[in-house]
Ligand binder design. Sequence first.
Ligand code: SAM
Length: 232
Amino acid sequence: MNVLGSANNLLLLLPTVTILALLPAKPILAADKGPATNYENVVGDSGEEDQTLWDTYYRVKGKTNLQPPIDIVKQMASKFKPGGKILNPAMAEGRNTIYLAAKGFEVTGIDISEIAVHHATAEAKARHLHFRPVIADLTKYDVPKDAWDGIVLSQFHMHSLLPKWRDGLKRGGYLVYYVAVDRGKGTRTGMPTEFMVKKNELEEFFKNWKVILRDEKMVGDQIYLSLALQKP
Ligand SMILES: C[S@@+](CC[C@H](N)C(=O)[O-])C[C@H]1O[C@@H](n2cnc3c(N)ncnc32)[C@H](O)[C@@H]1O
């Protein structure tokens, strides 16, 4: 049982400092796994293991300069309701979260890694910005329904979570996705295909949603899909 998962609602209400103080001691990383140095290779067998592996990844990497936000997030920022509520699941160190907070949105950033969330909140603080940080395993986290003007997913995909994004958005709200596409060839980097989208997977799941932006680009040896959809 993941302590973080069961305490999600409570965590939402608490300031970051309290959240960090409530966390249990970290388990030790399984010796045969070794710390990943490329985040495409960080995959555990359970929520608890994922959290440990991601924490180890961010601890080993340390806090570095924040990556720039992804293009489709910048493009969609002008379409989101001004000052609206944006959810950024799996925000990592907050490149999109912090960008959207700077644009005046009320952003909630979630990540399973306490260390990533800590890096993101430290960065926001240094820039005199604010967002709501949540440390949680999204497979166990109850996303508030009809609550969000926008949901931004960047390099994080699980098919089983699609209903959470569908139900979480308000009518007229936007789902923004940036994700690797599985072409059935495997990958040079070792990114697991289960975290990629299949061809037309999102378009089929969100069948009657309006396509606002769609683009596919090669990044390294991988095709990345940028997709923005509007909930009817
Ligand atoms: C590939 S990184 C995402 C990067 C980020 N969205 C960006 O575009 O920079 C994946 C992130 O998902 C987080 N993550 C992995 N599994 C998760 C889960 N079950 N619940 C919440 N966050 C998770 C990891 O901690 C990591 O920060």
